[in-house]
Ligand binder design. Sequence first.
Ligand code: HEC
Ligand code: HEC
Length: 266
Amino acid sequence: MKTLLTIVGLLILSLAYADEGQDLYNKTCVACHTIGKGRLVGPDLINITEQRSQEWLVAFIKSSQTLIKSGDAEAVAIFEEYNRMPMPDNDFTDAQTLAVIDYIKRTSAGTGASGETAAAPDMLSEATNENIASGALLFSGEKRLTNGGSACNACHNVADESSFSNGTLAKDLTASWKNMGSAGVAAIIKSPPFPLMTVAYQNHPVTEAEVLDLTAYLKSVNENSLKQTSESYNMAMAIFGIAAFLAIMIFIMIFYPQRKPSRVTA
Ligand code: HEC
Ligand code: HEC
């Protein structure tokens, strides 16, 4: 009886432990990683426990920047590979960090709990121009966020001529959608891993519908900026064509009169 109770107790304990790992993972890591669904903002973490030692993983997850600054070759290499995009620090205990690592290990082996919600590649498949327009108004603050959070352009800028976005406290978001995809952008808006942005929204969460509108807007900003550069490229080609044509005309005009007399005398 006593052994049975111990076994049940251990089972419950291990379940609680498992859930903590999954919980922390879903709250803090899904914004940037998948386990087996490909690269997002950061690398796919599938089988990472086979590639890195446990001490290394614990140190990296708690404070990747500390490890990188200490000169650890593996950490520096992966940081360079991801264009020096810093992964945010995590204020976890050792037990919490190990629970997250254990969750990644179990999910890699296909035995993780089924709650892993990574990369939904076509969350914008139903998005319309109305979503984009609404996202633009939310971004610039012309329309207030439901829960009263600050407008994105308090800190961010985007290349959108129709918007007076001028935030310079944080990164320009024109290229973000291209770099991290819809799932990455949406996850960052939902649970921002950057201290300044976390503070701005922790008591004013952005609603699901607003996340979708803003993501659709950032996607369209990115696509329009690409179109603008290709338009200006076409324009440059046209100007080059006209210039070349004029050069040929001038060339002919200079040399034609010299040939004329010779034809007359012939
Ligand atoms: C804001 C995005 C972001 C968040 C949130 C994030 N990471 Fe990362 N992670 C990265 C990036 C980017 C890299 C690549 C290394 C670098 O740039 O420093 C990385 C690298 C890693 C690596 C090293 C992978 C390798 O190939 O060695 C591990 C392990 C990791 N992350 C685990 C986690 C865990 C666990 C969490 C949640 C507690 C988490 N990350 C949250 C962006 C993020
Ligand atoms: C209080 C300032 C602040 C506000 C307001 C804010 N952010 Fe951020 N955001 C940041 C900071 C800081 C970063 C980290 C990157 C950096 O250092 O510039 C960031 C990063 C991001 C990134 C990742 C960018 C990339 O390419 O790496 C996205 C996407 C983003 N924010 C979207 C938004 C959206 C959408 C809103 C409006 C709902 C918003 N942010 C509001 C401060 C803010």
